[in-house]
Design a protein around this ligand. Structure first.
Ligand code: ZN
Length: 182
């Protein structure tokens, strides 16, 4: 049965030193691992999804406007993937098994076709990587849990703003969502 890799929000705004909402060094440190996993899934013809925040600056109707500085705006450098993932994506984005799509909430399932795509492809196992471990990766994992998917988290391919958040989320994946943390 096919598997899917979800690469959550690995963009310049969340990862690069000059990104507007950056997790900084811990996020930059997972770059090689993120790209290696993308290539591993692609090469064995599994599915690679890149759920990516999309925001409109100062959107008065969006709850994140009050919570975070503007990030991941359409057609900006900040919304491009960070480092070698951008190179990898440009190379493979036209392939059928590689799909980037916008999301408007923390969870990659909220208001997106992701659950339908996975069901159409008979995917029951999802591996979630990217940033931030305790925000968008966590909310995506919670929805995956509620929808009945088997979840794997690669702990060397997720990162967040601080060690406490990382520690909490990794424990939560394992102990509360029943995820395989590898
Ligand atoms: Zn956002």
């Amino acid at each position: 049965m096919s598997q899917a890799l979800l690469i959550v929000d690995y963009t310049n705004d969340f990862v690069a030193t000059k990104g507007s909402l950056t997790a900084g060094k811990p996020a930059q440190a997972i770059e090689q691992r993120v790209v290696a996993l993308a290539e591993e899934f692609r090469a064995r013809k599994d599915f690679v999804y890149l759920p990516t925040d999309l925001h409109v600056e100062n959107d008065p109707y969006h709850p994140e406007t009050k919570l975070f500085p503007p990030h991941n705006r359409l057609n900006t450098w900040g919304r491009e993937y960070y480092g070698e993932l951008q190179t990898w994506f440009l190379q493979h984005q036209a392939e059928q098994n590689v799909t980037a799509f916008p999301k408007r909430r923390y969870s990659s399932f909220a208001g997106t076709p992701l659950d339908q795509w996975l069901r159409e492809r008979n995917v029951r196992d999802v591996t979630i990587i990217g940033v931030c471990t305790d925000i968008c990766v966590l909310h995506t994992a919670i929805d995956a849990y509620n929808l009945g998917y088997n979840i794997t988290i690669c702990q060397d391919a997720v990162a967040t703003f601080n060690p406490d958040g990382q520690k909490f989320a990794l424990a939560h994946f394992k102990n509360t969502l029943g995820a395989k943390v590898i």
